[in-house]
Design a protein around this ligand. Structure first.
Ligand code: 13P
Ligand code: SF4
Length: 339
């Protein structure tokens, strides 16, 4: 019923509205999406749309990126403004500035900020010649700077940072935690101490137990999981990478998937000819805040705003002081990925 109403509203709003949806959203929300993807794809797709209203179904930092990359005529709204990402709150501008300025020769240090961060930190990276990265391109972005002989300050996700450094052939000795910065000795990668609580739930013993239960299955995890979990898995990558890997595997293949459960359950529905198991049940409560009822309310508000000037609710706007350089660091990522 509510789904029919959403579809009717969508039809009425036509190309004035687009609904980008992250992979971790509930199936009902995915079913009415204009595009579904990982955080990189959503940023790129949002930068290309001409729709006047972007109704973003995901979490706040993702909606901010749509605003940063959109035109001044476009408006981004989010059905639930409290849909936050705890990891994004694990680094703030004042602390990052303090660490960065305490580093010797910091003109040779490139700051790389994970997409899961707020606009002020993206702006910081833009100002200091760094880049944003996502889990789909962290390797490319880190390599780009290391190849120039630069060191990297990577924040906020220590797990994505270390897993990426390992993929590039560095060792743990090449990294240092920003909390030990007093002991800094020109390590190539300085890692922040943030993490995703949802991916931190996965342990090596979960991998061992699930492998015992399903010995024929391959283990694929998101790189926000710990290094130990990634080391014990067969493969790791972004949500879109996981989807594409499973999609391309032959019917009858078995997969143990270590990422957010709503997504893993949807993969099982989407690919009934494959055997898909959760590494462990671990739900992102912030992603789950977007319900069909709230999406419906948002679309109705957009319609009433267009038709009779009702004030638009839950607008996501990035402060002007951050917009220019935040856009620069997002565009830098897109440029490096497209090389
Ligand atoms: P992806 O970019 O892989 O979609 O990841 C976003 C995220 O928040 C994972 O927890
Ligand atoms: Fe943030 Fe983790 Fe949720 Fe992704 S799964 S949005 S990193 S809390």
């Amino acid at each position: 019923m509510i789904m029919d109403e959403i579809k009717t509203l969508k039809k009425e709003l036509g190309n004035k509205v687009v609904i980008p949806v992250h992979h971790y959203q509930a199936k009902e929300i995915v079913d009415v999406a204009d595009f579904v993807g990982d955080s990189y794809m959503l940023a790129v797709d949002c930068s290309k749309t001409n729709a006047q209203f972007i109704v973003f179904c995901g979490v706040l930092f993702m909606a901010q990126c749509a605003d940063i990359l959109g035109s001044s005529e476009q408006k981004v709204v989010i059905p639930v403004p409290t849909a936050d990402c705890p990891m994004a709150n694990m680094a703030n501008l004042a602390t990052v500035e303090k660490v960065f300025s305490s580093l010797p020769n910091n003109e040779n240090i490139a700051p790389i900020v994970y997409m899961n961060s707020y606009a002020d930190l993206k702006s910081f990276c833009g100002k200091h010649g760094g880049s944003v990265c996502t889990s789909s391109n962290a390797e490319k972005i880190m390599k780009y700077y290391l190849d120039q002989g630069k060191q990297v300050l990577f924040f906020p996700d220590r797990n994505l940072g270390i897993n990426t450094a390992m993929k590039l052939g560095l060792s743990e000795k090449d990294t240092i935690n920003s909390k030990n910065i007093a002991a800094y000795n020109n390590e190539r990668v300085i890692l922040w101490d943030g993490f995703c609580p949802i991916h931190l739930n996965f342990t090596v013993s979960d991998v061992t137990e699930m492998r015992k239960k399903y010995p024929e299955a391959k283990v694929i995890v998101h790189p926000e999981s710990t290094k130990e979990v990634v080391d014990n898995a067969d493969d790791s990558g972004s949500t879109e990478y996981i989807l594409k890997k499973i999609e391309a595997s032959p019917d009858g293949s078995s997969w143990i998937v270590g990422t957010e459960s709503t997504f893993v359950k949807r993969l099982a529905v989407q690919f009934p000819a494959k055997n898909i198991y959760m590494l462990k049940d671990s739900v992102c409560a912030n992603m789950a805040k977007t319900t069909p009822e709230l999406l419906h309310k948002t679309l109705l508000n957009v319609k009433q705003h267009i038709e009779n000037g009702t004030p638009l609710e839950n607008i996501v706007t990035v402060e002007n002081e951050y917009k220019e350089f935040a856009a620069q660091s997002l565009k830098k990522m897109i440029e490096i990925v497209s090389k």
